[in-house]
Design a binder for this molecule. Structure first.
Ligand code: DC
Length: 240
């Protein structure tokens, strides 16, 4: 609710809460923009990629996922033992697996790779989608992922589809790795971006695709500030 007091009247605007679904390719800056938009709107932010990563971490820790294979039967049998929740630490969202804060552990290459593999399994997707839908019941949520506008919330009031050219995304990832002190090979980073795009868009279960009613935001040539300005204007337009 926003209230504005002028000299002789008090204007009260009730802002209806909506669901914002943000999908797009990897390394598009989805989570950065989703977090910033959630903060702007006073909404809850949910990083669904973190949920797939938490399932992968569980599988890796229990020997269900190895370099070579996934024991799908064991994973399905264990699903009820996988409890994912979120908590806030200094304003930042951390994912918890069975009550343990695993925010750092899920951000490794090994877990990212495991997440990419478990995300192709139908029963894993159904397990997580059901939880994501519950989180959006009260609306007032910004959720990012690959299937939010198409599968999780096909009725979301605002859908954004973020994209940028593979070269730009590879350059961003290259810069991040270099900033961490690594010495990446640009061609390998670009090949990895293209491989992930292919996997995300070609899997049988809920492949990444733009919802018909999504607004496409190509941020190849936008600074973070320009993008934020653009997206908050779209959001405000929806809430007028
Ligand atoms: O966004 P991320 O890199 O943290 O996602 C990890 C993996 O999970 C990635 O391979 C894509 C997949 N994913 C998905 O299939 N559906 C989602 N809603 C979110 C992520």
């Amino acid at each position: 609710m926003n209230s504005t007091r002028t000299k002789d009247k008090l204007e009260i605007t009730i802002m209806k809460k909506i669901i914002v679904a943000i999908d797009g390719y990897s390394s598009c800056g989805k989570s950065t923009i989703a977090k910033a938009l959630a903060q702007y709107a006073g909404y809850t932010y949910v990083d669904t990629g973190a949920m797939y990563r938490a399932v992968a971490l569980y599988g890796l820790r229990h020997g269900i996922i190895t370099d070579k294979s996934i024991d799908e039967k064991a994973l399905q049998d264990q699903l009820d033992n996988i409890h994912i929740s979120f908590r806030f630490v200094d304003g930042a969202q951390h994912v918890c697996l069975n009550g343990e804060d695993v925010e750092t552990q899920i951000r490794t290459l090994e877990v990212g790779n495991g997440a990419s593999r478990v995300s192709t399994i139908g029963f894993v997707r159904r397990f997580l989608v059901a939880q994501q839908q519950l989180m959006g019941k009260e609306k007032g949520i910004v959720m990012d992922g690959r299937d939010i506008g198409t599968v999780v919330f096909p009725e979301a009031e605002l859908k954004l589809f973020l994209t940028a050219s593979p070269q730009i995304r590879a350059q961003r990832r290259y810069n991040e790795l270099a900033a961490k002190g690594e010495q990446p090979d640009f061609a390998a980073v670009l090949a990895d971006v293209e491989d992930r795009d292919y996997r995300d868009t070609h899997r049988a279960e809920s492949p990444l695709r733009q919802a018909d009613d999504a607004i496409v935001v190509d941020n190849s040539d936008m600074t973070r500030e320009q993008q934020m300005k653009y997206i908050t204007a779209i959001f405000d337009g929806h809430n007028r």
